[in-house]
Design a protein around this ligand. Structure first.
Ligand SMILES: [Zn+2]
Length: 404
């Protein structure tokens, strides 16, 4: 059921034209300009994280090159979406648009097959388009064979090489391609898309829930669509902020508040208990550490910015709970916490390293007596430097929550 619905949503919302591609205007504009002016390069390199539109854009490009309803039988920036070529390209069934998964076709023989096939003129199109996904997976000899093809391509051949890891592509290949760097989609753009989809699907969702989905998808269109799909299946009426965490099996936010309280009071046992709960519930510890980093970054925003509601897009109750806690930390302590959590997240490579690093950090930062006095001194010094000692002089780490 979920899979069917997801497919339906993904198919329904897959961009069909350049103007429908979200968050990649810098790329679609360049491509449409190239097509309009008839300067079509024979090799494109699409770089960017997964699920942000590389293959979709490659297919739109193929349609633009091969649409049968184009004026003067030339490539068009507005493929019709209805002719045989447009329809078969959109579904990945066009004989002249060859999609290759570089991960499973990474040997030199696979590239040789392309070379044997490439000389033949396209059967019903202007161009033969080769879309090689995950191209960084090709073997060295396969890359060498591909390079020869890129050096002397037939006029009717266009290559789109797509990759998530540009640093693994040989420089000789890169130099033969026009390079396009896809960006993660801005949260606000993703939320706008999710809003459109929920309205169209007659589903209601709170704004906070949509922001949470967009944040968790980290700028990925496909991921955010698939999360939304799961939620639509799971939620009977309105999709709420809490539903997002429940459905995705993420740690409940209360755990972050509890852990923060443990840090504030120096209650190490409580913090280790929370870690134990997270592990016992089978949650991913590296994800938990990332969420923790995000949480403390939110605290820092609450502590330093007046408009944290706008910046964080979290439910009012959450902002209030975080602000209360944030106000009990000296600013510089929060800054250091965020840096330390970032270090831990970066250092994660094995389960045990993760747990130890995280626990060691928690214990270290909980030595409130030692560290905080040092922090206070540092903060006062910084304030002196900024000429702001008078306003904040009364601040101490042990002050009660600031009622707001
Ligand atoms: Zn068409």
């Amino acid at each position: 059921m979920a899979a069917e619905r997801y497919k339906a949503i993904a198919r329904k919302w897959r961009p069909e034209t350049f103007s429908e591609v979200i968050g990649q205007e810098h790329i679609t504009r360049t491509l449409t300009n190239a097509i309009a002016s008839g300067r079509i390069h024979h090799a494109f390199l699409f770089i960017g994280s997964r699920g942000i539109g590389k293959t979709t854009t490659a297919r739109i490009l193929a349609k633009a090159l091969n649409c049968l309803n184009a004026e003067n039988d030339m490539p068009t920036v507005m493929p019709c979406g209805a002719c045989d070529n447009c329809v078969s390209i959109a579904t990945g069934n066009n004989i002249d648009v060859i999609e290759i998964d570089g991960a499973s076709n990474n040997r030199v023989e696979h590239v040789r097959e392309i070379r044997e096939n490439i000389g033949m003129v396209p059967s019903s199109s202007r161009y033969k388009v080769y879309i090689i996904d995950e191209v960084h997976q090709l073997s060295t000899s396969a890359f060498n064979a591909l390079l020869k093809t890129l050096e002397e391509p037939p006029a009717h051949a266009v290559f789109v090489l797509a990759t998530t890891e540009a640093h693994k592509i040989p420089a000789t290949i890169i130099s033969r391609c026009q390079r396009y760097d896809f960006r993660r989609v801005a949260i606000t753009d993703l939320v706008a898309l999710l809003k459109k989809i929920t309205e169209d699907e007659n589903v209601s969702a709170t704004e906070e829930a949509l922001y949470a989905i967009a944040r968790i998808a980290e700028g990925g269109v496909r991921d955010s669509e698939s999360i939304l799909d799961e939620l639509i299946t799971y939620c009977e009426d309105e999709i709420t902020f809490k539903d997002v965490f429940d459905v995705l099996g993420l740690v409940d936010w209360q755990a972050f508040h509890d852990l923060c309280d443990g840090i504030l009071t120096g209650n190490v046992a409580r913090q280790l208990e929370i870690i134990e709960d997270v592990v016992a519930a089978g949650k991913d510890l590296s994800q938990f550490a990332e969420d923790l980093l995000r949480y403390f970054r939110n605290l820092l925003v609450c502590r330093t910015a007046d408009s944290s509601e706008v910046l964080l897009r979290l439910p009012e109750g959450e902002i209030k709970a975080m602000t209360e806690r944030a106000d009990r930390f000296p600013k510089i302590k929060l800054v250091r916490l965020v840096e330390q959590f970032a270090d831990v997240v970066n250092a994660f490579d094995s389960q045990i390293a993760q747990r130890t690093a995280l626990e060691a950090l928690l214990i270290r930062i909980s030595k409130v007596d030692v560290e905080v006095s040092l922090d206070t001194v540092m903060e006062k010094l910084l304030l002196l430097g900024a000429g702001g000692i008078a306003a904040d002089a009364a601040e101490s780490p042990a002050k009660p929550p600031n009622p707001r």
